[in-house]
Structure formats: C-alpha cells, structure tokens
Ligand binder design. Sequence first.
Ligand code: AMP
Ligand code: MG
Length: 487
Amino acid sequence: MKALDELTFDNRFARLGDGFSTHVLPEPIDEPRLVVASKAAMALLDLDPTIAETPVFAELFSGHKLWAEAEPRAMVYSGHQFGSYNPQLGDGRGLLLGEVYNEAGEHWDLHLKGAGQTPYSRMGDGRAVLRSSIREFLASEALHALGIASSRALCVIGSTTPVWREKQERAAMVLRLAPSHVRFGHFEYFYYTKKPELQKQLAEHVLSLHFPKCQEQPEPYLAMFREIVESNAELIAKWQAYGFCHGVMNTDNMSILGITFDFGPFAFLDDFDAQFICNHSDDQGRYSFSNQVPIGQWNLSALAQALTPFISVDALRETLGLYLPLYQAHYLDLMRRRLGFTCPEEDDQTLVERLLQLMQGSGVDYTLFFRRLGDESAALAVARLRDDFMDLKGFDAWADLYKARVAREANGGEEQRRERMHAVNPLYILRNYLAQKAIEAAESGDYTEVRRLHEVLSKPFEEQPGMEQYAQRPPDWGKHLEISCSS
Ligand code: AMP
Ligand code: MG
C-alpha cells in the first residue's frame, strides 16, 4: 500500500511534446472536500484506501497541490460532433496530470476534470459541476462492476466555487483514470490539420504503448485498427445487452481502447425502449439507444478515414466490415447468457428479437425482467412476469418457446440456472432517479447517499440485504428526467 507521495510517474504522453498538448496548471477550487472515493480505483494505484479522508487527498485532486513529478497537460484533438467535423476541440476543462505506474506494471493516466480553463476552452469556463462529476463517478465505477469496460473514477472533490449553468451551481473535480486518453479525435486532428509527421508520432506512440502485440504483425497499423474495431464492437454489444445509453457518441468521446469514455447525459434504460434518447439536446435522436450500433460503425469509419495515410483503403474497408458481425456475435452471446442458455441454438436471435418487441411499448423494466426470469423455474417466472406485458397472447407464445428452449438445456438443474442467470443479470443498476436523489443530497452537503449508492453498485449482481430500495423501478417523477449536455 502506498501513500500519496509514493506514486511513481512516467509521463509518456507529455514527452511527445507541445504539438500534442499544452502545459497548463490546474486552477484550484475553493474549500475542497471529499465527496466520494472509490477504493477499487485507489487499489489500481496501490493507494491505501484510508488516505481518501486526509486533507492532502482533497487538496491534490482539487488543484491546490501537485506532485513534483506531475506534468499537467491539456491534450489537443478534434472530432465529429453530431455528424459534423469540429476542427478544434481538446481538453477544455480537464488536464492529464501525468501517468502513474503501479506495482503490477500498469500505467494509469491521471486526468483531472474541471481543472479550469485551457487554450482549448473556447467559450467554456473550464469547470465541471458537482452534479455531472457525481454522475461520471458513479457511472464509471458501476459500468466496471457490471463487466463493461470503462474509464475509472478515483474520487469527486466538491467545493464552494460558484459556476453558472442554467442556474448557479458548485464546481467539483473528478479524477479520472484510464490506461490512455487517446480518442478517435486525436487521429482526426492530425489528419485534417495535415501534420503527417506528428500523426505518425502519435500512431507510433499508441502502437508501441497500447498495442504492443500488433508490432509483430506484418501490417502493425492495420492490426491495431482491427483491435480498435474489435474492442468497440464488444463494448457496444455490452451497452446494448445491458441497456446503457451513452448519449454523446461524438468521435472525440470514443476511446481507442474501446472503453466507455467521457460521460455526459448517459442513462441506463428503465423501461425497455429501443428508441430511447437520453440526451435532451439530441433532437434528431442520432444517439438514441438502438442507433448506438450503427453510430459505432460510423465513428470507426471516421477513424478509418484519419488512418488512410498508414493503411490502404481496401484493408480499412475490409476491417470495418468486421464490426457488425463481431457486434452481433458478442450481443447474441450476452443475451443468451442473460436468458440462461449455455448451448447456442439457431433460433436464439429470433427469440431475443421477439422478446424485445414484446417489451417495447409495454413498460417492462429491462433490468428487473431478466433478474426475475432467473429467480425461479422458467414456468413460474414467465407466469409471474406475464402481467407486465400488453400483448398477452404474444407473450404466451414467446413464453412457450422459452420454456421449451430452457428444457432443452442440459446444463444442471434449477439452482444452477438461477446462479448462472444471477451472475449476469444485475439487480442494481445506476438508474437516473437514484443518481438524482444522491445528487440532490450532495448538493445540500450530505454525501452519505452518493457513497451508499456507489457501494451498492459496486456489487450489482449480489443481493444486498437492506438495500432493496435500490432495486426498485423508478417512481413516476424519476421516469423521464431530462438530462442535457450542460455539465
Ligand atoms: P464534452 O461534451 O464534455 O465531451 O465536451 C466537448 C468539448 O467541449 C471538449 O473539448 C471539452 O473539453 C469542452 N468543454 C465542455 N465543457 C466545458 C467547459 N465548461 N469549459 C471548457 N470547455 C468545455
Ligand atoms: Mg468529450
């Protein structure tokens, strides 16, 4: 276990130089206080979890103190936002403080979000509000606990510094961890600004540090692109299988590592709705729940365009062609497991599609349906769940197919089925209304709710006695909360 001053830095991205990022010091926020910390994320840096409560912890992650070895930098990138190219984005309110390596030899970027203005702030104040910082913290750690790749969050530090959004709010900072903060938009920036040498330097940096095995391939950059396609196909399959809606899938919010990245107005589905739009500002529904799948491909095509200096167009096109089949294979595999199947059958895809069609418009809770389906025998479970559906005839027909399908499974009895299903079907997810309640308490200075919610979500598959209220469907007020980009 390490103390805070024992972290070992190795700032590889900073060493790329001024063409890639700009040195900026964090601008502290007033009267910093710990809102919440993740012990699991602290363990990634080998940090002793008890130090989260010490004043120096809050000072370091609110810009008041800095390690001598840290080299805070704002990264430059660009990207496609809602389908249009924005030539200059960059870290407008976050700083890469440095890269720390742990005892296992892993490097972790320390990124402080809400650290003040940078050359890339454009019209923004460089700040993040408490509300969005808590949302990012809870979502990163909850996704990780669900087995969905994500950037991680070490802590949220609150303050008394006022910031203006639609109303006056308080500034906060979230310390984000990720093995890399390189986005699709990094490659786009150097491609569209026609800086081939810097682009090559970036590509080599990414290849050697994050895709070392690809270096042994006959075409290393093509192998790297293939891995990016694969990891994103798998990631989006998990989002779809678990009902996660990212909300702002702009190419500057897409990670080359295929991790969930840059949280904004995200949501987990309550009722199943394929057309769900979680971002109140997304009028066209470009990033609606079901559109995430084709948008994943669109974003990978934007990256492919930026990689044309290194890879032939034919090879890029062929590799892009892997995305949909890979996505479908991962998705079907996950949905089979959610339904309790272990041996694939031909008609499984149809069974899944029919179920989702029945759920659509019936107001069926997406998370609880699967959890309840595994609670008891297939016959008892479908009989109990039946009442939630509008099309009873349709549901009965599906239930007959499902029961017959379960009967053909040779893998163990009732108890094994239950264990198997509960291991992949969470009881607790980060529902918007739960986040909202925790945020409202935190805004009035009470952090117990956000800490408790974080704890509950760190074991989403385990029944936690006394925590039943976190597994409930939302009350009416909590069903359609409007979450905007403002953060
Ligand atoms: P996001 O929608 O959070 O991915 O942000 C898109 C771009 O706007 C990025 O370049 C951010 O750094 C920048 N940005 C967002 N909010 C602010 C802010 N309050 N101040 C400065 N830049 C911001
Ligand atoms: Mg972003």
